[in-house]
Design a protein around this ligand. Structure first.
Ligand SMILES: O=C(O)c1cc(=O)[nH]c(=O)n1[C@@H]1O[C@H](COP(=O)(O)O)[C@@H](O)[C@H]1O
Length: 240
């Protein structure tokens, strides 16, 4: 399988550029290269730095995941997805809990852009556990909720979901080998969990069936972010 190629292991990592401004983000990006990792631009950096930074990262050759987690009425989400796709990003996301019609509209919006990014949907945020899910009125089991939303995502024709690697085996079993499983909540064994609750180590996440690992603070808050990324790549490579 392609997993025997170390370059491909490395690119399975998506670094979450959760920085307050473009200068801070580019200070890290300038030490990286597109063979080593993909990059994620989320709400903080996008709000501060805007589409121009996204285009800069795309022009540098990186796979860019634009993580704006759209969740709105279908028409609004369709238009937002169309605009996001026009930036040339590799991947973008919506919230699956926006429903089937919203996800179908998202897909139509992407198609209108003439681009073909991966379109995925967030199931249950990796910061949530059973208690926080119950607090928002969802009484069922967390893993069942993730599966239900992932099945709805597949029904809408999207490419995959964001979930915890803890749910990857069940999702692989029900949704097949080609469905993209993007997993945040990744923590090396010695790292703090921060606000994440459903955490998994990098090597274990791949073993469980994750397609891509999203890693933020264990890299961005490290004294030496490049060394931290390289040590995660080494952990993944060693585990195979
Ligand atoms: O869609 C996401 O990327 C996402 C979904 C989710 O369920 N949990 C989650 O943590 N994320 C994002 O993944 C990143 C994780 O960052 P760290 O916890 O610092 O590794 C953050 O940018 C989150 O916004």
């Amino acid at each position: 399988m392609s997993q025997l190629n170390p370059k491909i292991h490395a690119s399975k990592i998506i670094v979450a550029l959760d920085y307050a401004d473009a200068t801070s983000a580019l200070a890290l990006v300038n030490q990286l290269n597109p063979a080593l990792c993909g990059l994620k631009v989320g709400k903080e950096l996008f709000t501060a730095a805007g589409p121009h930074l996204v285009e800069t990262l795309v022009n540098k050759g990186f796979n860019v995941f634009l993580d704006l987690k759209f969740h709105d009425i279908p028409n609004t989400v369709a238009k937002a997805c169309e605009a996001a796709s026009r930036l040339g990003v590799w991947m973008l996301n919506v919230h699956a809990s926006g429903g089937l019609a919203m996800m179908q509209a998202a897909k139509e919006g992407v198609a209108k852009s003439g681009q073909q990014p991966l379109l995925i949907a967030v199931t249950v945020l990796t910061s949530m556990d059973q208690a926080t899910l119950n607090q928002i009125g969802i009484a069922g089991n967390l893993q069942d909720q993730v599966l239900k939303l992932a099945q709805l995502t597949q029904q809408a024709g999207l490419d995959g979901v964001v979930c915890s690697a803890q749910e990857a085996p069940v999702l692989r079993q029900h949704l097949g080998a080609d469905f993209c499983l993007v997993t945040p909540g990744i923590r090396p064994a010695d790292a703090k969990s921060d606000d994440q609750t459903r955490i998994v180590t990098p090597a274990k996440a791949l073993q469980l069936g994750a397609s891509y690992l999203v890693v933020g603070r264990p890299i961005t808050q490290a004294t030496n972010p490049l060394a931290s990324l390289q040590s995660i790549v080494a952990e993944i490579t060693k585990s195979l």
